[in-house]
Ligand binder design. Structure first.
Ligand SMILES: [Zn+2]
Ligand SMILES: [Zn+2]
Length: 199
């Protein structure tokens, strides 16, 4: 059973057909109306001499003759004369057309929504990049400030150490001068003839 026939059959039983079942590729490629009009002058391939004057809503090969309906493979199928079937098919095709119009409108809405979505993700991307730049700028600023503090600290520590060094050097010079003076006194005393000076 073709998709269209299935749809038409379901419609005739007042069932609701989902739009997903109405795929365009499943629509008949030739005009059913034209085919049915041609059938008035066409003969059944299974029953030579019999005109194809019925439409079977259950089968793919849907233009059939009365013999097909009474004795053939379409016995007990959902059939109508082509004259009666045409208005029903037209009605169903109109319903399909309306459903297609509705779906086209929805697809157009989806296009618009996609455009909006594209703009939103582009905006979000720019905002995120700006936030990352700001965060890294503040981190860099903080690091620069910390670097300056650390360098100043090292300079201060160097000054302190240099002062300590100078102070130690000064003390050492004093000690050296004192020792040198004592050394000279002792040397002079040793070389002196007046030994009493030793006591
Ligand atoms: Zn036939
Ligand atoms: Zn049939």
């Amino acid at each position: 059973m073709s998709e269209l026939q299935s749809i038409l059959k379901n419609k005739s039983k007042s069932k609701i057909t989902k739009f997903s079942e109405l795929r365009p590729k499943q629509f008949p490629k030739t005009s059913i109306n034209m085919e049915m009009q041609n059938s008035k002058s066409g003969f059944c391939k299974d029953h030579p001499g019999e005109f194809r004057t019925y439409f079977c809503f259950d089968c793919v090969d849907n233009l059939i003759c009365s013999e097909c309906v009474i004795h053939g493979i379409h016995h007990n199928h959902n059939v109508l004369t082509t004259k009666k079937a045409i208005p029903r098919i037209k009605t169903k095709l109109e319903e399909i057309k309306i459903a297609l119009d509705s779906s086209l409108s929805k697809v157009k809405e989806n296009f618009k929504e996609l455009d909006v979505y594209k703009k939103k993700i582009a905006d979000d991307s720019q905002i995120s990049k700006q936030k990352v730049r700001e965060i890294f700028d503040s981190i860099k600023e903080l690091l620069n400030s910390k670097q300056s503090d650390l360098l100043l600290g090292i300079d201060f520590q160097f000054d302190q150490n240099l002062k300590y060094h100078d102070s130690m050097l000064q003390n050492l010079n004093k000690k050296f001068d004192e020792l040198k003076r004592n050394y000279e006194v002792i040397s002079q005393t040793i070389s002196s003839s007046d030994v009493v000076i030793l006591f």
